[in-house]
Design a protein around this ligand. Structure first.
Ligand SMILES: Cc1cc2nc3c(=O)[nH]c(=O)nc-3n(C[C@H](O)[C@H](O)[C@H](O)COP(=O)(O)O)c2cc1C
Length: 181
């Protein structure tokens, strides 16, 4: 796929075949995701892969805040990537002060770019993914012993697709774009 095809054809996939993605393939995807831009090239995104079924079932059953879609998706995903970001870097100066009025919210911005870059690199390899925001991040961090200096941002279930989702409708360019004069 070329870049535009990949951007347009990537879909959120929520049903996966019962087959794990090889660790070497996940390493290649992360090597690509490492090329995502980040605040002063701080590269604060980290990728923790969960493969243990009991752990995935616990997250699905107990930490999805009652959102049934996510319960089902995580329970049946071969692997889930927990995307975290190192605190105190994006948006921040070395002395701990904020560089701009947006403070450390740039952390979420960096993590978002990293997540999309990861998902596009996965799609290029025929691997489906879905970015998930509805879950209890603090409980997941505790369960997986995520280091104290990392914020859990999103979950990304991954696997070989067992569905071909239709693209949800997109807004027209005229709604999205204006030229400032
Ligand atoms: C920040 C963010 C949070 C999301 N959270 C969830 C989620 O918790 N569960 C889910 O099934 N999809 C989630 N999605 C996926 C969106 O629903 C999906 O991207 C959107 O419907 C467009 O579909 P597409 O990705 O196939 O283009 C999330 C996407 C983003 C960017």
């Amino acid at each position: 796929m070329n870049t535009l095809e990949c951007i347009r054809k990537r879909r959120s996939v929520r049903k996966f075949q019962d087959k794990k993605v090889d660790r070497a393939v996940i390493e290649d995807i992360v090597a690509d995701a490492a090329f995502a831009p980040s605040w002063k090239n701080t590269q604060c995104a980290r990728y923790h892969v969960v493969e243990d079924r009991a752990v995935l079932e616990k997250i699905a059953a107990e930490y999805t805040l009652g959102f049934a879609y996510n319960t089902g998706t995580i329970a049946h995903a071969p692997q889930v990537v927990v995307l975290t970001a190192l605190r105190g870097r994006s948006g921040m100066e070395k002395d701990g002060s904020a560089s701009t009025a947006k403070g450390e919210s740039w952390l979420m911005f960096d993590a978002g770019i990293a997540a999309q870059t990861f998902c596009l690199a996965a799609a290029e390899r025929g691997i489906g993914s879905v970015i998930m925001g509805i879950f209890d991040a603090e409980k997941v961090a505790e369960l997986l012993h995520i280091p104290e200096n990392e914020t859990v941002v999103c979950l990304i279930p991954i696997g070989y697709p067992d569905e071909t989702p239709i693209a949800p409708r997109r807004k027209a360019v005229r709604e999205l774009l204006s030229f400032c004069e």
